[in-house]
Design a binder for this molecule. Structure first.
Ligand SMILES: Cc1cc2nc3c(=O)[nH]c(=O)nc-3n(C[C@H](O)[C@H](O)[C@H](O)COP(=O)(O)OP(=O)(O)OC[C@H]3O[C@@H](n4cnc5c(N)ncnc54)[C@H](O)[C@@H]3O)c2cc1C
Length: 531
């Protein structure tokens, strides 16, 4: 019987498995629903266009918001592979701003202020360029400047400066405002996922077992204590018990789903769908938050970006550079440059994140330019106010969950996104880009009034795949875990992944999820006598 069972080998789960198994006196079992991370597309950065759209993902239909104008049902996409989101994502390394974490702490996540979490970002980090109060070297997680930058990204950064968005070198030192190259989780032309950086070196240890293609269907609870899990592997259903703890790291959709399938959640909802209630915990599945992206797509005047590599001869040339020297466009994550700006005067912090892609059709739901060569600008509100929820349809673990994100339900979010589109168009129309851009493909029609812009956002915006908050930390009645990530009312059970974040951080969510993994491992190791 293992001491610890970790459910989900994603960004946080891999960190916890690695840190706990470093202590040879304890055995760790990691159960991951997806396959091993053997697909070559995971490891070659430029193939993010495949990992972010292909079969390493699970897709859940979402219920549209009241006002949505989208023709197709919106979809929530989550990774299903060892490494989780860190194996499929665009590799942007962003932590948010100090006040994100100070706000967590003010709202009841005691011990999660910026000063408390910074040491755990540093513990993971091996930065190839930056060092100082906000950066470290020597940790397991490779964080690097882009190893290949498209000439078009450099021009885009000039356009930002022409739009009076100054160039900065570090989005993670507390002040985000400005434009610049993103730092990325990659090194030597390879993706630096949590599976590669944390789990792989630990797998040599005799006290760590990793089981992939293994889907957990329920947590086994006896006398209000989690004692093990039920799972399905190779078509066979089995139960395994844990000596000490079960740690849920299945992500912001699947962790609350598993709690509810196990009878831990809002009692009335569980009764309605036929799950026997073990512990009434009304906050499970509530407080769902996600960023939204709205896309501006442009047709280029020539082969200035990555779309040309869709042609065989260019692909072969890029492949050769990579094979011989581990250099060239294969080392690019495509989203090399970005910016953080303020679009609302009343917000003292940047409230809009831009990500520039020197290509088109890279992300799921965004069509490439028909004629061949395009580029894309994503605009994303950093701190949306809209909140949604998720629940079960039935007690069957194979029934997809109900996901109601309520995107843009707060008018402030819609207005902010609309302002982001305006600012994005302003950047894209700066002189630096004029000889590179033939025409605007999206929006592709004249938008004049604020209503026109809002309408465009309603038609085009989609979830940025950063779901969080559905098992949030706190001590109030709607909190799901305490400040040490222990599920309220159930012993031997923690949740440690993006679901515990009380509020979305101002940016992408992989680095914060890894930080949560670091903290969880520490709580577990130092709390061993608390049982
Ligand atoms: C396409 C895409 C692009 C993104 N781009 C970026 C980016 O560039 N930068 C960034 O910072 N963030 C990005 N993100 C978000 C970021 O990667 C995630 O927020 C982060 O990985 C979440 O970590 P997690 O540990 O909470 O969950 P995950 O990493 O999603 O891990 C959950 C794991 O649990 C497994 N699992 C689920 N259910 C079960 C079950 N029942 N039994 C067993 N295992 C189970 C899953 O297969 C998965 O491996 C992106 C996400 C996606 C999907």
């Amino acid at each position: 019987m293992p001491d610890y069972i970790i459910v989900g080998g994603g960004s946080a789960g891999c960190v916890i498995a690695s840190r706990l198994s470093a202590d040879s006196g304890y055995s760790v079992l990691l159960l991951e629903e997806g396959p091993e991370d053997r697909d070559i597309a995971i490891h070659l950065p430029v193939m993010v266009y495949k990992t972010a759209t292909g079969n390493l993902l699970q897709r859940f239909e979402q219920e549209p918001g009241v006002d949505s104008l989208k023709a197709t049902a919106p979809t929530m996409v989550q990774a299903r592979v060892l490494g989780g989101g860190s194996s499929v994502n665009a590799m942007l390394y962003i932590r948010g701003v100090p006040s994100d974490y100070d706000r967590w702490s003010e709202q009841g996540a005691e011990g999660w202020s910026y000063k408390d979490v910074l040491p755990y970002f540093l513990r993971s980090e091996d930065n190839d360029t930056l060092f100082g109060e906000a950066h470290a070297i020597g940790g397991p997680l490779s964080v690097s400047n882009p190893e290949y930058v498209s000439p078009l990204t450099k021009v885009w950064l000039q356009a930002c400066q022409q739009a009076e968005i100054p160039l900065v070198t570090d989005f993670n030192a507390g002040q985000q405002a400005g434009s610049g190259l993103y730092q990325l989780t990659l090194r030597n032309g390879r993706r630096a996922s949590a599976a590669v950086c944390f789990l792989k070196p630990a797998r040599k240890r005799g006290n760590l077992e990793v089981s992939t293609n293994c889907r957990v269907t329920r947590i086994v609870v006896e006398n209000n204590r989690a004692v093990g899990v039920e799972y399905i592997k190779d078509g066979r259903r089995a139960t395994i018990r844990a000596e000490r703890e079960v740690i849920l790291c299945a992500g912001a959709i699947n962790s609350p789903r598993l709690l509810m399938l196990s009878g831990i959640g809002p009692a009335a909802h569980l009764q309605k769908v036929g799950v026997p209630v073990i512990h009434d915990l009304p906050g499970v599945g509530q407080n769902l938050q996600d960023h939204m992206d709205v896309y501006l797509v442009y047709e280029l005047t020539g082969r200035h970006g990555y779309d040309k590599y869709k042609k065989l001869r260019w692909k072969a040339w890029a492949g050769l550079q990579y094979a011989l020297f581990r250099k060239g466009p294969v080392c690019s994550n495509v989203i090399e440059g970005g910016a953080f700006c303020r679009v609302n005067r009343d917000d003292p912090l940047p409230d809009m994140q831009f990500a520039f892609l020197a290509g088109s059709g890279v992300e799921e739901g965004v069509e490439p330019i028909d004629s061949g060569n395009g580029c894309t600008l994503n605009a994303c509100q950093t701190r949306p106010r809209s909140r949604g929820w998720l629940g079960l349809r039935s007690s069957d673990p194979f029934d997809p969950p109900r996901i109601v994100p309520n995107y843009l339900s707060d008018p402030y979010d819609l207005d902010t996104m609309a302002k982001g589109v305006r600012l994005g168009q302003h950047i894209m129309s700066r002189p630096a880009l004029s000889s590179y851009i033939r025409r605007e493909h999206l929006p592709g029609r004249v938008l004049k009034t604020d209503d026109d812009y809002r309408q465009y956002v309603k038609e085009q915006a989609q979830g940025a795949l950063h779901p969080t908050g559905t098992c949030r930390i706190g001590s109030d009645t709607m909190a799901v875990v305490d400040a040490k990530l222990r599920v309220h009312g159930i012993s031997g059970l923690r949740v440690a992944d993006a679901s515990v974040m009380p509020n979305l951080p101002s940016g992408n969510t992989n680095a914060p999820s890894i930080m949560i993994g670091e903290r969880a491992a520490e709580f577990i190791r130092f709390g061993r006598n608390d049982r």
